[in-house]
Write a protein that binds this ligand. Sequence first.
Ligand code: MF3
Ligand code: CO
Length: 248
Amino acid sequence: MINIRTKDEIEIMRQSNRLVAQVLRKLRAAIKPGITTRELNQIAERSIREAGATPAFKGYRGYPSSLCVSVNEEVVHGIPGPRRLKEGDIVSLDLGVYLNGYYGDAAITVPVGGVSQEVTRLVEETEQALYKGIGQAKGGNRLLDISHAIQAWVESFGFSVVRDFVGHGIGRNLHEDPQVPNFGPPHHGPRLLPGMVLAIEPMINIGTWEVKVLKDGWTAVTADGSLSAHFEHTIAITDGGPDILSLP
Ligand code: MF3
Ligand code: CO
């Protein structure tokens, strides 16, 4: 069952998601060669608690940190630790908070210093793919119109869409119905209605779409070691079209 949120609930969710976006902006500014992924997690956790919110991921199914930090061929769910970022890396930051009874969830991918043209393109077109998907998130469309728009965009560049992880409904729980794949045929799936709130999150690889999970039980990496990027926004479907809640 897909929840329909009232306008008041959506305004509360905007607060949760705005906090996520503000903390991600702070983290983006902190990224430079030499910083450890653990330091990024500390900044995230402190900022969330200072705002009176709770990290959503810490303790979720046993996940140990407040922030997911996934470097280079890591796709999602990388666990922060002593690793130091270096020039040429790309780093994906995925953050969730719980505030006033509702969740916020968003992710960005940031190059560390200069990266190659191909890697710049991966990062930029993954973000563009997210916006292509958001553009389909309107009343009257069907869920997989979002999925198809993302897939068509990234495959036109020869990149591939991760299949094993998907976006999701979000609200009083971090993960709610429906699942939001980043691939699929247009004009399929449930009808989109005003009041639905979705976390749309394409994970895009330069090489093959296959992933595997490391022995830590969390870190997903590309099966071929190719680089991967990830962007996520939480959006509400409204009478006026998609409303991006995770903006600073
Ligand atoms: N944005 C991701 C998701 O929606 C992050 C979850 S990480 C976890 O699934 F640790 F909470 F699992
Ligand atoms: Co998510």
